[in-house]
Write a protein of this length. Structure first.
Length: 117
């Protein structure tokens, strides 16, 4: 059963372009991870200030293995060094672009896609 992890990032309007640029620059980091199935960066609309970073994994174990991997550690180490403790989501490019982050987890119970004929 697949699992979904959603990282919820609170982003001030003046940092929207910056956070999108940072995620575009990380392209390819997670795609080769064992058990990785999908990634989407969702931009808020209708007055929201929170971006959703959606990833889907074959299993919880695959997700946990990714978070303990060298690639994950490398991608997040500089971000942690660039921001004050407990603040933001820096991704290693000059400090935090988000003012808060939380992780949501779900199991995929049902899924649908386009019908192919």
């Amino acid at each position: 059963m697949s699992v979904v992890k959603i990282n919820v990032l609170t982003v001030n309007p003046e940092m929207r372009e910056e956070i999108e640029k940072r995620f575009a620059g990380r392209a390819g980091l997670v795609e080769s991870a064992e058990g990785f199935e999908a990634f989407e960066l969702l931009r808020p609309v209708e007055g929201q200030d929170r971006y959703l970073v959606y990833t889907r994994w074959r299993s919880e174990e695959d997700f946990q293995r990714w978070t303990q991997s060298q690639a994950f550690q490398h991608g997040h180490a500089q971000a942690a060094a660039d921001r004050p403790a407990g603040h933001g989501h820096g991704h290693g490019h000059g400090g935090p672009a988000a003012s808060g982050a939380e992780l949501w987890g779900f199991e995929v119970v049902e899924s649908a896609g386009p019908k192919r004929g």
